[in-house]
Design a protein around this ligand. Sequence first.
Ligand SMILES: Nc1ncnc2c1ncn2[C@@H]1O[C@H](COP(=O)(O)OP(=O)(O)O)[C@@H](O)[C@H]1O
Ligand SMILES: [Mg+2]
Length: 442
Amino acid sequence: MAGDKATRARVWVLEPDATKAADLCHRLQFLSYEPIVVDAATSELDGDGIAVLVGDASAAPDVANSASAIRGRHPYLPFICLSELPESGSGPSWKVGLPLSRSQLQRLLGRAERYHGRERRQRITGTSRAILEVRELIEQVADFDTNVLITGQSGTGKELVAKTIHELSARSDGPFVPINCGAIPAELLESELFGHEKGAFTGAVSARQGRFELAEGGTLFLDEIGEMSMDMQVKLLRVLQERTFERVGSNKLQTCNVRIIAATHVDLPLAVSEGRFREDLFYRLNVFPIEMPPLRRRITDLPQLVNELLVTQGGANAGELRISPSALAVLSAYPWPGNIRELSNLVERLAIVKPTGTIELADIPDRYKTFEPADADAPPTDAAVALRMGEANLKSYLQQVEQELISQAMEASGGVVAQAARLLSMQRTTLVEKISKYQLAS
Ligand SMILES: Nc1ncnc2c1ncn2[C@@H]1O[C@H](COP(=O)(O)OP(=O)(O)O)[C@@H](O)[C@H]1O
Ligand SMILES: [Mg+2]
């Protein structure tokens, strides 16, 4: 396909400086892409392209404005940026390291091409600092064949992370094969992973491919790796080291080309120290660790998650289902031990009992209302409890949002309080008070 002018993929170039734009166009042409320079006043792109290459936006503020406008109209178009762009929308945005290298540009354009036409959104919902970090790690590691270990409590979205890595990787046209190592009895796991020959054991009436074979050219997701028996750990380690395996009941070595992503809710270093998990296997898997935060540590993402879940879990009228601020506030104060899975189940249930209209505080099951009344003297009426609950939880929710914003501003300003205060449009003294109140000083 490369070199064939008719099928060259188009790339938009957003760079007002003519000399710099010409340089970017040259580089794109060299990589067999068709560059089209767009004006900084452009908001809508004409025709089909795979990405927008954004020049130095730090020097030209209208570039950043135009980038957000384009993003608004084309939310799933990847942006490849030579400088930091303000976070906007949910589309992918990848920063290029400078000096601009051909291989990096090529890699990112390849990734954009894989995105193209699939309307693939960044599936890890949220804009909390914790989740932005996770997204960045996913984007860093996706293009490499590195083993990834995803840790975090149950229901935090580990499998979703694994899938996203696969979809962003050059293996995205290959299979994504998950296997839950904890759900399969130890004596069956070997044949599940490596397959077996006919007659290999009682019940093996025909030969069967294992998950390694099924995942050839793609990604194998080893879920609940912490539950794997020591025996199997040895066998897995061998495959990871040698990239070869044998079906059960066969002595024919097969090579495999599979990327491994593992996940667990178990504290593996602890399991290693207690002799339940092999240290060498741990190091093999832990080449690139990603830790999924529990929902209560990213509670500012709750409104977005709920709204998205309402759309996916709601039935025919999904688009019209709403949730009231007080109901949301109550949910924000709940600790969510079951994380997003628990939230998803609740939303599914709410969407059944309330298929249209707005989910109100009264619709939320009692066990999510963890508020203890501040004034316990008089037994309050139901309505008063509900109101106060809404108020108290709204307050705690707003405080969490405030803490999150302060942390982000402090980070963005490298810990300089005066600068963070400016970012937050807040008096320096007020910010100092809040930092000490929330104990945010690092
Ligand atoms: N960021 C997210 N946005 C929407 N749904 C999510 C998100 N993260 C997880 N989920 C949903 O929550 C449930 C649990 O996620 P899963 O990846 O199975 O968690 P884990 O593997 O950590 O137990 C799934 O139904 C998944 O689709
Ligand atoms: Mg899981």
